[in-house]
Design a protein around this ligand. Structure first.
Ligand SMILES: [Zn+2]
Ligand SMILES: [Zn+2]
Length: 423
């Protein structure tokens, strides 16, 4: 069975034809040669098996270098400043994480710093290293296999676009409290975020491993359009290569090989129960405390949404409600349901359930937006007794819900949905 392709006539570079195992439904697919601007989809579940962007050699390093320079500028230039009744306070981008550290929320501070600065910087550094090697040396740079593996491991935890949305929501929230001015660091951060996204959209595991090559075992003749495991082969999640099902470690990328993630359902359910427990304090305890003229106002996530609604900020109230209340609970319920249907041996709606899994994996990280909003407000609104904002205990519990559900989604193996077939 061959995959569906989307063609573009102005093609230059080519990704050679190859056999591929879909990592979401375990179907063995013959992927035809792809030209620039084309992508190949799995005919069974619709998963993107490979895509070759336009200018695959030039785009990523150019945007990654721009992004690194802009991140440096965003950190040293003034980011945001507020003016309330003659008192002025300003913050730098770095302070979005460092102020939480000084407020004794050290774990949260490290998490925010990792997601918005350190991990994006590591990903950008790895992209520059790999692509400049591919381009200048015409062969992979030293340790290219490990660098590529690390790049794709770190990518889900790098949340630049979520932080950008958090900054924009904070701006609207603060605009109702005080006069706000954006510094040149803010514009550098916007350019950094857009260049970062652009450079990451270029990445394709298949194309990168095609440049690196490396040893792969001989595979017997396979039947396309059939289940891979039934033919004694499996997919390497590190490099998308095809390996014998009894392999322990991939010779090319050194990833541990699993035909199915071991104890996937058990781990996933255990983590979902943990996130349910954390969801209670995340919603009942205050996420931030506002001190204004000697009085403290404790606000929970839901109280914050109601306040925004009453102030007339309907779009922001809806965004925070969806991201912080609806998405976590919908994600937990969806994953519980997927685990239940797999355990029950459900054979219907397999494509629909795979789509639901893909959606839960995609939206999960967006719940971090409320944590980022708290981090920015705490760093910016520090004007003593006149008005100051402090983090609340729910911020930590809420970040815990997001991280634990993200790991739960990663440990759920969508191939289990396809293992039971209708008679
Ligand atoms: Zn598939
Ligand atoms: Zn591999």
């Amino acid at each position: 069975m061959s995959s569906n392709t989307v063609t573009n006539p102005t093609a230059k570079e080519q990704l050679p034809a190859r056999e591929s195992v879909c990592h979401e439904c375990d179907l063995l697919v013959a992927v035809p040669a792809l030209q620039e601007g084309e992508q190949a989809l799995c005919p069974q579940c619709g998963n993107v098996l490979a895509h070759l962007p336009n200018n695959p050699r030039v785009g990523p390093p150019v945007f990654a270098l721009t992004s690194i320079i802009m991140l440096m500028c965003a950190n040293v230039l003034p980011f945001l400043a507020i003016n309330a009744q003659g008192m002025v306070n300003s913050m730098s981008l770095f302070e979005a994480a460092s102020v939480l550290f000084s407020e004794e929320y050290r774990v949260l501070s490290v998490l925010v710093f990792l997601c918005m600065q350190l991990l994006p910087l590591c990903c950008l550094g790895l992209v520059c290293y790999l692509y400049l090697g591919f381009r200048l040396r015409r062969r992979p740079p030293p340790l290219a296999a490990s660098a590529t593996r690390w790049l794709f491991l770190l990518l889900p935890w790098s949340m630049v676009e979520v932080f950008l949305v958090g900054v924009l929501i904070s701006l609207i929230k603060i605009a109702s409290l005080a006069q706000i001015s954006v510094g040149s660091g803010f514009w550098c951060f916007c350019v950094f975020s857009l260049s970062y996204l652009k450079s990451m959209l270029y990445l394709d595991k298949g194309w990168m491993w095609e440049q690196i090559r490396g040893p792969m075992p001989e595979i017997p003749l396979l039947l396309e359009g059939q289940n891979a495991l039934a033919q004694g082969v499996t997919h390497c999640h590190g490099c998308d290569g095809i390996l014998l099902a009894d392999a322990v470690r991939c010779p090319r990328c050194q990833s541990v090989v699993h035909t199915r993630i071991p104890h996937s359902i058990e781990y996933c359910v255990a983590l979902l129960i943990t996130s349910c427990i954390l969801y209670i304090p995340a919603n009942l305890l205050p996420i931030m405390v506002t001190e204004s003229l000697g009085t403290n106002i404790y606000s929970t996530i839901l109280a914050g949404v109601i306040l925004l609604w009453n102030m007339g900020s309907y779009p922001i109230a809806i965004v925070i409600f969806v991201a912080s209340v609806l998405v976590p609970i919908a994600k937990i319920l969806a994953l519980f349901w997927l685990c239940y249907t797999v355990r029950k041996g459900e054979v219907h709606h397999r494509r629909g359930r795979t789509r639901l899994y893909r959606l839960t994996e995609f939206v999960g990280r967006w719940s971090m937006v409320d944590v980022f909003v708290v981090a920015i407000l705490v760093a910016l609104i520090r004007m003593g007794k006149l008005m100051s904002i402090y983090p609340g205990a729910a911020a930590m519990a809420f970040a815990g819900v997001v991280v634990v559900t993200m790991i739960a989604a990663m440990l759920f193996d969508p191939r289990l949905i396809w293992d039971r077939r209708p008679r």
